[in-house]
Design a protein around this ligand. Structure first.
Ligand code: ARG
Length: 478
C-alpha cells in the first residue's frame, strides 16, 4: 500500500522499517476466510439497502469468492506492502474488478472489520477445541471401561494414600477436561455478537441493516455499543484464559504420565509411537510427548499474559496495539489443539501395568485407613484408632511386612477391638468397594460415571467406540 492509498494527506512514502514493523499480513492472513465471509455479508446488505448498486455488489461478491478460492488453494500472493489481510484482499479485488471494488468499504472501517473477523475465527476455534477435547474424553471413557478392574494407589503429597481404581483416576482427568470444554463453549457463546456497523468507532451515517449482517454471519445480535465493539478484546482473553486453564490441566496429566512411566513408578508404558529413544543410552524410552505437553503449557500461559498486558491501559476505542492480539490467540489455539491430539494418542495406546500398581498399593500401606476405620466402626474414637494404626504401620515397616501380614495376636495387643474379620478390611478390592458414595472409586460408581460420559458424548454425536478405534485404544490392565 503506498501512502497515496491513504489519500491526499500523505506526501511521503512510509519508511521501509516502519512498514515492516507495522505490517501484519504474515500473521493475519490466517483470517482470510473470515475476512471474505464478513465482506460478502456486508456488501450484500449494502446492495439490499440500496447503498451500493446490485451489479457492483455482485461483481464484488464474485471477485471476493474467487480470491477466497485462490487463498484456500495457496495461490494468492500476500504482500507486506499492503499491510494486512484486509488491505491485501481489498486492493486485489479493486485491481481485478476495477473502481467498483472500492465500494466494498462503504460504511465500514478496518476496525469493525478486524473485530468481526476475530470473533468469527475465535468462535469456530473454540468449537474446534471443544471437539478435540471430546476425542480425549472418548478415549478416557473407553479406557475407564476396559481397565475397570485395575486398582492403584491414590496419592496426596505424592505419597501413597488410599486405594482407588485406575478408571477413577482417568475419569478425574475427564472431569477436568470436560470443564475446559464447557469454558470454551461459554466463551464462544458470549463472543457471538456482531461488531459490523460500528465502523471506526461511532457507527456511520449510512442506513445499514446491522441485524441482517449479524444474522448472516451467525451472530446472535449486533453489538450494542459501537465504541465497545471496536475497542474490546475481552472475548479473546476469555478464550485464551480457557485455553490456558486447559493447558495447565494437560500439563498436570502430562506430568502424571511422565511420573508413571518412570521405572520408579512403572505404572504405564507409553507406546513406541509416542516415545523416543536416547542417542547415547540404548535402554532409554523417553515420554517426550507427555513432557512436551507439559512444556508447551508455559507458552499458552504466556499468550494469556501477552493479551492482558496488551490491553491494559488502552484508552477507548481502537488502538493499533490491538493488532498484536493475533499471534498469541493463534498460538494458544494451535498449541492446545496439538497437545490434545497428542494426548489422545498417548492415552489410547499406553499400556497400564496393573500388577505394578497393586504392588505399590501393598508396599505403600494404602490400607492403613481401612484399619483405622475398622476400629472407629467398633466405637474406638477415630483419633485413638489413628494413633494405634500409626504404631502398627511403624512396626510392620520395621519388620518389612505389609499390614495384612501382622498376626491377629500383634493386632490385638495394639487394640483389643481387633478381630479375625479385620483381614477382610485389609483387602484392597473391598476397601475400594466400600467407597461407594457418589463420586467414589467403587466399581458401580465408576461404571455409572463412565456410562454417563459415554452417553453425553453420544448425545453430541461422538461415538466412543469409533473414536477409540480410530486412536488405536489398547486393552491392558490386569
Ligand atoms: N491490522 C489491523 C489490526 O489488526 C486492522 C485494523 C487497522 N485499523 C487502523 N485504524 N489502523 O488491528
Amino acid at each position: 500500500m503506498t501512502k497515496k492509498a491513504w489519500g491526499g494527506r500523505f506526501g511521503e512514502e512510509l519508511n521501509d522499517k516502519a512498514l515492516a514493523f507495522s505490517a501484519s499480513v504474515d500473521v493475519d492472513q490466517r483470517l482470510a476466510a473470515e475476512d471474505v465471509e464478513g465482506s460478502i455479508a456486508h456488501v450484500r446488505m449494502l446492495a439490499e439497502r440500496g447503498i451500493v448498486p446490485l451489479e457492483d455488489a455482485l461483481n464484488i461478491e464474485r471477485g471476493l469468492t474467487h480470491i477466497a478460492e485462490e487463498i484456500a488453494a495457496g495461490e494468492f500472493e500476500f504482500t507486506d506492502a499492503r499491510e494486512d489481510v484486509h488491505m491485501n484482499i481489498e486492493a486485489t479485488l479493486t485491481e481485478r474488478i476495477g473502481a467498483a471494488g472500492g465500494k466494498l468499504h462503504t460504511a465500514r472501517s478496518r476496525n469493525d472489520q478486524v473485530a468481526t473477523d476475530m470473533r468469527l475465527f475465535t468462535r469456530r476455534a473454540c468449537e474446534h477445541t471443544a471437539a478435540s477435547i471430546d476425542a480425549v474424553l472418548a478415549v478416557l471413557a473407553s479406557r475407564a471401561r476396559t481397565e475397570i478392574h485395575v486398582l492403584m494407589p491414590g496419592y496426596t503429597h505424592l505419597q501413597r494414600a488410599q486405594p482407588v481404581r485406575l478408571s477413577h483416576h482417568l475419569l478425574a482427568w475427564a472431569e477436568m477436561l470436560g470443564r475446559d470444554r464447557g469454558r470454551m463453549l461459554d466463551a464462544a457463546a458470549r463472543m457471538n455478537e456482531s461488531p459490523l456497523g460500528a465502523a471506526a468507532l461511532a457507527g456511520t451515517t449510512f442506513d445499514l441493516d446491522r441485524e441482517a449482517t449479524a444474522h448472516a454471519l451467525g451472530f446472535r445480535r449486533p453489538m450494542r455499543n459501537s465504541l465497545d465493539a471496536v475497542a474490546d478484546r475481552d472475548f479473546l482473553v476469555e478464550a485464551v484464559a480457557a485455553l490456558a486453564n486447559c493447558a495447565v490441566h494437560l500439563s498436570r496429566i502430562g506430568e502424571e504420565l511422565v511420573l508413571w512411566s518412570s521405572q520408579e513408578f512403572g505404572f504405564v508404558e507409553m507406546s513406541d509411537a509416542f516415545t523416543t529413544g536416547s542417542s547415547i543410552m540404548p535402554q532409554k524410552k523417553n515420554p517426550d510427548m507427555a513432557e512436551l505437553i507439559r512444556g508447551k503449557t508455559g507458552r499458552v500461559v504466556g499468550d494469556l499474559v501477552s493479551l492482558l498486558v496488551m490491553l491494559k491501559g488502552l484508552p477507548l476505542a481502537y488502538n493499533r496495539d490491538m493488532q498484536e492480539d493475533k499471534r498469541p490467540v493463534f498460538d494458544a489455539f494451535d498449541t492446545v489443539d496439538d497437545s490434545l491430539e497428542v494426548l489422545t494418542g498417548c492415552v489410547a495406546t499406553a499400556r497400564f501395568d496393573g500388577d505394578r500398581m497393586r504392588a505399590a498399593l501393598r508396599e505403600g500401606f494404602a490400607d492403613a485407613t481401612e484399619l483405622a476405620d475398622y476400629l472407629a466402626a467398633r466405637g474406638v474414637p477415630f483419633r485413638e484408632a489413628h494413633h494405634v494404626v500409626g504404631a502398627l504401620v511403624a512396626r510392620a515397616s520395621a519388620e518389612k511386612k505389609v499390614l495384612s501380614e501382622l498376626s491377629l495376636e500383634v493386632l490385638k495387643a495394639a487394640h483389643e477391638a481387633f478381630d479375625q474379620d479385620v483381614y477382610e478390611a485389609l483387602d484392597f478390592e473391598r476397601a475400594v468397594e466400600r467407597r461407594a458414595l457418589v463420586g467414589g472409586p467403587a466399581r458401580a460408581q465408576v461404571t455409572s460415571q463412565t456410562e454417563r460420559l459415554v452417553g453425553e458424548l453420544m448425545a453430541r454425536g461422538v461415538d466412543t467406540a469409533e473414536v477409540a478405534e480410530r486412536f488405536g485404544v489398547k486393552v491392558t490392565g490386569r
